[in-house]
Design a protein around this ligand. Structure first.
Ligand code: FAD
Length: 420
């Protein structure tokens, strides 16, 4: 279906499953649901293709989730990224992705293209797309079950009667808020900006990541920079910082990003300045409560499923899309089952990662650990594994066991565990 025809698509009266939001989370959920035979409506406020502020990086975890979805052939036509080139304090370490069940490659695709491709894939699986239409309200009966969702397209308002609702409406989650979702900023969250630049090295097989980020005056900043090669003559150049309610990020992203782009110009053979600069906040590590009710679930960014140590969330968006649809088969009331499942899958790793991320917001921590750390290849291997959350329950080596233990110890002392 072309974007012109999807624009004209009629708004249906009812849906077995209504998926609100056609980012990676919503499109993955819609693809899984429609493939299982449910009458699935995928609704988005935007017309596609649309932009999304992002670094465009796909970790091996995201690539693995795309394979599970059935997009192996698609991936064959996209960049193959072998790992990270970590820079800082005068040193560089090229660290391949660790051997894991997720496979040896990452990728990078501009979100304008990636999200449109993913949503088309969901339509190919049988989902019905309604774009340019915003979900603005949910009607609930006395048991809390959503019976209908009110949507608006231009001046037209109408209701869609629903069986199940999967809310994938991103960071701000306006529908989620109406349903009671609350974001808690006392644990680490991210602020990040991205841009695009032309580069002669757009075909590189390594993602660049600078752990030592400085402003134009040479001051060390509590953040990091990245350059992700998109294989199409351009790279995504961005900067991110971690913050908490006690230590909000004070850096002005735009000048820092412009300075960073200048700093990497020779290294990445940039032939243009940074363009299309945008920024956004990133709730992380499951720092939200109210993620589900009787017949609805929040997934992806709406459920703060973003890695607190590197800000990536496309993998969790794709994974939670699948997990939510799988749960529909077993659970009649998702109020307790969905947060319990999220806890089981991500709770330990997110709890430990957000504690570590909180430490990184302290100005002395990054140089203290970074300066000696970047010189050790073995340590940087561990950093990439842990920061990328490329560990699973099946990994039994020392690092994996230590990280899991850290997760369960930290979880025990959390005043507010993830997703609660
Ligand atoms: C600067 C920056 C860099 C990042 N870099 C990376 C990276 O390199 N790799 C990575 O994995 N992650 C990265 N992330 C995180 C990543 O962008 C998100 O985790 C990911 O987009 C989450 O997908 P989603 O489907 O949950 O939400 P989104 O992609 O935000 O999709 C939500 C969709 O919902 C729609 N919507 C919203 N409200 C409504 C409504 N009421 N009705 C209908 N539709 C609605 C929106 O139009 C949108 O299409 C980055 C984030 C930022 C801010």
């Amino acid at each position: 279906m072309t974007s012109a025809t999807s624009r004209r698509a009629a708004i249906p009266d009812s849906a077995d499953i209504l998926v609100v939001g056609a980012g990676p989370a919503g499109s993955a959920a819609a693809a899984h649901a429609a493939a299982g035979g449910a009458a699935t409506v995928l609704l988005d406020a935007a017309e596609f293709p649309r932009d999304k502020t992002c670094g465009d990086g796909l970790t091996p975890r995201a690539v693995s989730a795309l394979r599970t979805l059935g997009m192996t052939e698609y991936l064959d036509t996209r960049p193959r990224i072998r790992g990270l080139a970590l820079h800082g304090w005068g040193a560089v370490q090229q660290v391949p992705w660790p051997a894991s069940q997720f496979g040896p490659f990452g990728s990078a695709v501009a979100r304008t293209e990636f999200d449109d491709d993913l949503r088309r894939f969901a339509l190919g699986r049988g989902a019905h797309m309604v774009s340019g239409t915003k979900a603005i309200d949910a009607e609930r009966d006395s048991s809390g079950t959503i019976t209908a969702v009110t949507v608006q397209r231009g001046a037209q308002r109408t209701r869609i009667r629903v069986g199940q609702v999967i809310v994938a409406d991103g960071v701000k989650s306006s529908l989620g808020k109406q349903l009671g979702r609350q974001w808690h900023r006392d644990t680490a969250y991210g602020v990040a900006g991205r841009s695009y630049a032309d580069s002669q090295l757009s075909d590189a097989e390594w993602m660049g990541s600078h752990l030592e980020l400085r402003d134009a005056q040479g001051e060390l900043l509590p953040g990091y920079g990245w350059v992700f090669p998109l294989g199409d003559g351009t790279v995504n150049v961005g900067v991110g910082a971690l913050a908490t309610a006690q230590r909000p990020a004070s850096m002005a992203l735009r000048p820092v990003l412009e300075h960073y782009a200048q700093m990497v110009t020779d290294q990445w053979q940039l032939t243009s300045g940074p363009t299309r600069i945008t920024s956004a906040l990133l709730p992380m590590g499951g720092a939200v409560s109210g993620v589900s009710g009787r017949n609805w679930m929040l997934i992806g960014d709406a459920a703060a499923c973003v890695n607190p140590l590197n800000g990536e969330g496309i993998d969790y968006a794709l994974e939670t899309g699948r997990m939510a649809v799988d749960l529909l088969a077993d659970s009649r009331d998702h109020t307790l089952t969905w947060p319990a499942l999220l806890q089981r899958e991500y709770g330990g790793a997110f709890a430990a990662a957000r504690r570590a991320a909180g430490l990184l917001t302290m100005p002395q921590t990054v140089p203290l650990l970074g300066r000696p750390g970047i010189r050790s290849a073995a340590l940087m291997d561990v950093v990439v594994r842990v920061m990328g959350n490329l560990l699973t329950g099946e990994d039994t080596d020392l690092i994996a066991r230590a990280w899991r233990s850290a997760g369960s110890v930290v979880s025990r002392f959390e005043t507010r565990p993830p997703f609660s």
